[in-house]
Design a protein around this ligand. Structure first.
Ligand SMILES: Cc1cc2nc3c(=O)[nH]c(=O)nc-3n(C[C@H](O)[C@H](O)[C@H](O)COP(=O)(O)OP(=O)(O)OC[C@H]3O[C@@H](n4cnc5c(N)ncnc54)[C@H](O)[C@@H]3O)c2cc1C
Length: 309
């Protein structure tokens, strides 16, 4: 892992520094490139604009690692509001949530009940909730909760697999058995070499391998969300779906709000399903620090603006 990447991931976990960064103008301005705004209404507006360009959304209310039941219950309530507003505004969007925001650090069963309320609402609207994947200390519990909810609600709930983890190939085999809807990403957390490939080229190679496994399982009901901004992987995927006649409804591309908009529009224009992950809310600090970790060039943008005064 590069020094810069390690440094920003370290900062993302230093929640005591959060206040300092959040008040600091240039950091805040840069963060707003990756966040739709502080309120749900801001995010709804962004989705409506993207929908006009044939791009779908998945809304994320920022927040993670909550440690009180009240906070976790409020977070789930906010997701009910997200699903209600999507329905009311007739916009095309799913929702994405993190289990540590729903109380996973407090108690697994409490968390499951909380998320169940959200997935139940999504199912009622014939919509969909994706459970994001956090660091590897949560992988087992996250998959366990996913499988339980999948048994109850089928493909109204989906999961994320990170290509940097060694275990992911085995996890994907289990997910294929139930015909799951899987978002494949590279992985955004700091992981030790005992659990994750330390080298980018190995992560990229594993991404391709896992992506092929998922796409090949389309006849078993598997839906693959190819979540990356990596053009080499995207080009590989485009060739693969074509030469293997993978039906259109069985896969989609996903990118993060504010990153590679050019590519988002290009893929949507060509008729591919393109979905953008749209975070909103006031708790943007750890999300933003992970985005800096992925691309230290973003930091120079902050520094440049510092000198502009
Ligand atoms: C829709 C979506 C959902 C995700 N959900 C999860 C999740 O649940 N759990 C999880 O661990 N991770 C998640 N991630 C993050 C993911 O794991 C990676 O950290 C992130 O996508 C960067 O990797 P990359 O695949 O784009 O490839 P990289 O090789 O890192 O980047 C490829 C190119 O993309 C561009 N790029 C990438 N990141 C940035 C950035 N921050 N700023 C500007 N340009 C950038 C650059 O041009 C770069 O050269 C998600 C990503 C996406 C797109």
């Amino acid at each position: 892992m590069g020094i810069m990447r390690g440094f920003f991931i370290y900062l993302s976990r230093r929640r005591d520094l959060e206040g300092l960064f959040m008040k600091f103008g240039p950091t805040r301005n840069l963060a707003m490139r990756f966040v739709a705004g502080e309120k749900l209404e801001d995010a709804i507006r962004v989705v409506a604009e993207l929908n006009k360009k044939k791009i779908f959304g998945t809304l994320d209310h920022l927040g993670e690692n909550v440690n009180s039941e009240e906070e976790a219950t409020r977070a789930a309530d906010e997701y009910l509001r997200i699903l209600d507003e999507i329905e009311k505004n007739k916009i095309k969007s799913h929702a994405s949530l993190k289990l540590t925001q729903m109380g996973l650090d407090i108690d697994s069963d409490f968390c499951l009940d909380n998320v169940r309320r959200v997935v139940e609402r999504a199912a009622r609207y014939n919509n969909f909730v994706r459970i994001d994947m956090e660091d590897s200390s949560y992988t087992d519990r996250t998959l366990e909760i996913f499988f339980k909810l999948h048994e109850e609600f089928g493909n109204h709930v989906g999961i994320v697999i990170q290509a940097y983890l060694y275990r992911s190939e085995d996890d994907i085999k289990e997910l294929i058995k139930v015909g799951a809807n899987v978002r494949l990403c590279k992985g955004a957390y700091k992981e030790p070499p005992e659990v994750a490939f330390p080298k980018k080229k190995d992560v990229d190679a594993n991404y391709i391998k896992l992506m092929k496994m998922l796409l090949d399982a389309h006849e078993k009901g598997v839906h693959t969300a190819i979540a990356t901004h990596d053009e080499n992987i995207i080009n590989f995927a485009l060739n693969y779906v074509k030469s293997n006649s993978i039906p259109e409804g069985k896969y989609e591309f996903q990118m993060l709000y504010g990153i590679r908009r050019d590519l988002q529009f290009k893929l949507a224009d060509k008729g591919y399903t393109m979905r953008v992950y749209i975070p909103y809310g006031t708790e943007w600090y750890p999300y933003f620090m992970r985005r800096l970790a992925e691309r230290p060039a973003n930091v120079f943008f902050v520094v440049k603006n510092l000198f502009k005064g």
